[in-house]
Design a protein around this ligand. Sequence first.
Ligand SMILES: [Zn+2]
Length: 445
Amino acid sequence: MTRLFLKDPLAILEPAAAGGIVVENGRIAELVPAGGAPAAPVDEVFDCSRHVVLPGLVNTHHHFYQTLTRAHPDAIDKELFPWLQALYPIWARLDEDSFRQSVRLALTELLLSGCTTAADHHYLFPKGLERAIDIEAEEARALGIRVTLTRGSMNLSQKDGGLPPDSVVQDEDDILADSERLLNQLHDRSDGAMVQIALAPCSPFSVTKSLMEKSAALAERFDCRLHTHLGETEDENRFCEARFQCRPVDYLEEVGWMGPRTWLAHGIHFTSEECRRLGAHKVGVCHCPTSNAVLASGFCPVSELEAAGSPVGLGVDGSASNDGSNLMEGVRHALMLGRLRTGSASAVTARDALRYATSGSAACLGRADIGRIAPGLQADLALFTLDELRFSGAHDPIAALVLCGATRADWVMVAGRWRVVEGQPVGIDIARLRAEHGAAARRFG
Ligand SMILES: [Zn+2]
């Protein structure tokens, strides 16, 4: 067992570790105070004097496949419903090869931005892509990044009053059988798990009530998390009022999802009373500031949700509405949007925005073993330098990461192993990945 000492960081998000961290057996073994030394001998020393050290960032909402349809001429400059309607038929062309490229590219981008755990919401299973979640697990294992893979679903198409066309939905029985297969094969509930499965019917306007209820029952049986899009647009409110005669949060309660097992993507159009109800039931919310700004969806009431008791995490959302997979950019956008929404420059600090992306996100995923720098937790760390011109003259190194706009980590560790070394992902040829993914994306033009 090697004991690695990450020594004398330029700055670190955990004040008790100002002198560094000792990593052993994939975990954080010891925090060293400023000017101190490890309690026991170490085998290796990594000089952190040029590095700002953060807990690895945790992305709680993404659609990896959407990296294939970024800045698509049919979809740009549209709001959510017309944006989706333009893209559904294009996404129906997804096949195994292009999907694998999209997953590899999205995970690599995330790692390079300092992300060590990623949740993907995958709900498209056209013929031939039945193994989508299996492919995601294979790619994540190869890269060494931790994942929560959600078995998404859509079963309410246009002919039944939903938004998506028939070509992209599945039958309820097929969805539930595959969900059960994946939970049996891939869902690891142990401490330090590298792959977990969650269930994720897509949204109120693409899924039946019955599938929402049965997914909740299955999640209870297998002790996994539940995820869906909720409260993203006023269009969704109108849809719920017309179809279910209630608002999205009432609908959530009606289908048995109001509990700590659930985390929601977006959570924008909630009243103060709805925030209090969600908080009282510890429902998590993934804030997606970049996507919300691009689609002009609105502002997530982050402070109200946190004050009410909801964990709030951060997500990049799909790469067709972002149009990137950079979680550090999301941290900066969370700060900016939070200040704009409240009209207060002190409402969201750099450390608040980093909290959403670390401990807040970990809580959304139901994980106590990641998201903080503390003894016994997984050694998931992101190290940034302040060497670029944009940081020159900055005084508070942690605030500088957010305010000066850090986008690229220098070294990234997952479960005690370096997965990004000197800004390069381990085991990935970036030029080759760019060429192969670019070629795969051409069929979606
Ligand atoms: Zn989404």
